[in-house]
Design a protein around this ligand. Structure first.
Ligand SMILES: *[C@@H]1O[C@H](CO)[C@@H](O)[C@H](O)[C@H]1NC(C)=O
Ligand SMILES: *[C@@H]1O[C@H](CO)[C@@H](O)[C@H](O)[C@H]1NC(C)=O
Ligand SMILES: *[C@@H]1O[C@H](CO)[C@@H](O)[C@H](O)[C@H]1NC(C)=O
Length: 502
């Protein structure tokens, strides 16, 4: 009997759950679906609308979808309602929209204001509550007023950067520029404005209109009086780069590492093993960085245990740490390997005075180089590419690059087809472990192919990567050697001597 009742309840329960599920799925989606036909119309009706650009196959988009929907549902009862929308950017018909908003990856979420007249990247969390909190802040005014010491107490924080405008009145060009800036950068920093500087930390002596930046490191407070929008932006960019950017595994440092690499300055990177050497280096390095601050060079202190990418990028080896490497504004590099703390400041001084020789990365020149496609490294580049007197087809490649792997057997065949023509050389250059020694080559991706004729005519190869097309291209662009037999045998000799060098 009891069992029967139980199973009866169970049946009702199961039916009820099923019913609830049905009603849940039948509930209207709160996230608006937009496409090319109605995007502009809908967006133009909203002062504030959030648009997710997604692709149906994208895993992160699928993970976001229920959270985004939940946030949309919560925010629909916000006052005023905040509307969340989505566009399938994978659809051919919506491609123009994706281009217009410079969508590089999925999902990309944009916040559109003023009927779509301005757009800003969403940089907040990806779960419902986080989305809700973030958007509530975004929908309000870009900068809130500080009226009291209590309002100002939130400005001391161990993570965030605050930017406060101090004004004699909330109008005029300076105030308007400040508002423009706050709108533009509101997703990166927290903006505030006040009429009363005295409520601010160390605010006693501020009288003129002032832009005050509060940060949890270095000087803690920095001021500027230039209210041109560009000047304010530049000031903020510079003031938010720490004297020493720390690169370890702490994610709180990531924004600083990003702005370090984005900075237009020359960059000095000191890598040590933090588990052994952090202490003995940090304060000495900090002092050097403080000393040379403002000389067009930014300083980063990195843990060699987490910086493998940088080691690879610069062609460095772990046993060279502790090391300091500088990359200047035109990409030249300067290295001091196995550096001691006491050597840092003198070395930086020498670098700034132009006394340090650039460092180039090169694999050793190979002793055996008898495959059809010849290996060129930085240190043999001059001899092989510029001075061999040959027609050279050169591939810049990366070992990890799939298109390069596909091209390799094709280049082999091309090389074999020219094997008896000593004036033609097919060569490859691993650009991940060798610096490219000349600015004549514009290598933005892999593979990049260039052809240099024996008389020095340099052309990129942009044709199809097939054996036939490449051979045809070489035939059309090569400079022929003189036709006499003696010249032929001479050039064979020259070729042999180059091969020996190779
Ligand atoms: C926009 O158009 C698409 C396709 O016609 C439609 O599915 C969608 O519901 C429309 N969106 C709105 C908000 O009207
Ligand atoms: C750093 O030092 C620790 C402790 O001496 C050691 O275990 C680790 O392998 C070192 N890391 C590197 C990258 O050399
Ligand atoms: C190059 O010359 C050798 C020897 O004469 C010959 O066997 C080979 O087929 C030639 N290769 C090509 C591509 O003509």
């Amino acid at each position: 009997m009891a069992a029967r009742v139980l199973s009866g309840i169970l049946v009702i329960y199961v039916a009820l759950v099923a019913f609830l599920n049905v009603s849940a799925t039948e509930e209207v989606e709160k996230v608006l679906t937009l496409d090319h036909s109605n995007f502009t119309e809908i967006v133009s009706k909203h002062n504030f609308i959030v648009v997710e650009f997604y692709a149906p196959w994208c895993g992160h988009c699928k993970a976001l979808a229920p959270e985004y929907e939940k946030a949309a549902s919560i925010l629909s009862s916000h006052d005023p309602p905040i509307v969340l929308a989505k566009v399938d950017a994978n659809e051919e018909v919506n491609r123009d929209l994706a281009t217009q908003f410079q969508i590089q990856g999925f999902p990309t979420i944009k916040i559109l204001r003023n009927g779509g007249k301005s757009s800003q990247d969403y940089k907040g969390p990806r779960e419902a509550d986080g989305i809700v909190d973030y958007l509530k802040k975004q929908v309000g005014p870009a900068s809130a007023e500080i009226k009291s010491v209590e309002d100002a107490s939130s400005l001391i924080d161990d993570k965030n950067i605050f930017i406060v405008g101090v004004f004699p009145k909330f109008s005029g060009e300076e105030f308007e520029n400040f508002q423009t800036l706050a709108d533009k950068l509101r997703s990166d920093y927290t903006f505030r404005h006040t009429l009363d500087a005295k409520v601010l930390p160390r605010g006693e002596n501020v009288d003129k209109p002032t832009l005050r930046l509060l940060k949890p490191f270095d000087e803690l407070i920095v001021d500027s009086q230039d209210f041109e929008v560009d000047a304010m932006e530049k000031f903020i960019k510079e003031a938010t780069i720490p004297i020493l950017t720390i690169w370890n595994s702490d994610p709180n440092n990531h924004p600083y590492i990003n702005s370090f690499f984005e900075s237009p300055n020359a960059k000095a990177l000191l890598f040590v093993n933090f588990s052994k050497d952090q202490e003995s280096f940090q304060s000495v390095y900090y002092d050097a960085a403080t000393l040379y601050k403002g000389k067009g060079i930014s300083f980063l202190f990195g843990d060699s245990n987490v910086a493998q990418n940088a080691f690879q990028y610069f062609g460095l080896k772990e046993e060279q740490a502790p090391l300091i490497i500088v990359q200047n504004t035109v990409g030249k590099k300067y290295l001091k390997a196995n550096i001691k703390p006491s050597e840092i400041a003198p070395w930086v001084k020498d670098y700034l005075e132009g006394l340090v020789k650039p460092f180039v990365k090169s694999e050793p020149i190979p002793e055996v180089n008898n495959e059809p496609v010849k290996v060129v490294v930085h240190d043999s580049f001059e001899d092989v590419v510029f001075n061999s007197g040959k027609n050279v087809l050169l591939e810049f490649y990366a070992p990890w690059c799939g298109h390069c792997k596909k091209l390799a057997p094709i280049l082999d065949e091309v090389a074999i087809s020219f094997e008896n023509e000593s004036d033609i050389l097919i060569a490859k250059f691993d650009a991940t472990v060798n610096d490219i020694p000349s600015e004549s080559f514009d290598v933005q991706g892999f593979p990049t192919l260039y052809f240099r004729s024996s008389k020095g005519n340099l052309v990129p190869y942009e044709g199809d990567r097939t054996k036939e097309d490449i051979i045809k291209f070489i035939e059309e662009n090569r400079d022929k050697p003189a036709q006499s037999t003696s010249a032929e045998s001479e050039s064979v000799e020259a070729a042999d001597s180059v091969k020996d060098e190779l």
